[in-house]
Design a protein around this ligand. Structure first.
Ligand SMILES: [Fe+2]
Length: 132
């Protein structure tokens, strides 16, 4: 195969991979199968009630709760609170003897999207979003 044919063939393969990748790898959204939520439980059907973090906002305080049991073998590892534009506003790492609740103070006057994340050592990474 000469250089010109090699380049043509390579470009055709790359174009095919790009088009088919859009349809097969990301069936519903780019995060499907990586990040779970009440709206997208993916392979963890029926688990959102015990894994999607619940957000309570009280003034400039945000409480995150995951309604999940805690044991050595199965527990919530970490919460984070992420603001608009991906700014991490706080994080809490848990041990199996902790309760999966965390509290954060928002910057003064904060308005906009908040994303709570909760990671289970068995059932992966879950998010809940809200706007304030
Ligand atoms: Fe779990």
């Amino acid at each position: 195969m000469n250089r010109r044919n090699f380049l043509k063939t390579s470009m055709a393969i790359a174009a095919t991979a790009t088009v088919s990748g859009a349809g097969h790898v990301f069936a519903s959204s780019p995060t499907s199968g990586l990040i779970y939520s009440a709206q997208d439980e993916g392979k963890w059907q029926g688990k959102n009630g015990s894994h999607a973090p619940v957000i309570h906002v009280n003034g400039n305080e945000v409480h995150i709760i995951t309604k999940h049991g805690m044991s050595e073998k199965h527990y919530i590892v970490r919460h984070t609170l992420v603001g608009a534009d991906g700014i991490v506003l706080g994080a809490q790492t848990f041990s199996p003897t902790d309760q999966p609740t965390s509290t954060y103070t928002l910057p003064a006057g904060y308005k906009g999207k908040l994303t709570a994340t909760s990671f289970c050592n068995i059932h992966d990474f879950w998010i809940t979003e809200t706007n304030i």
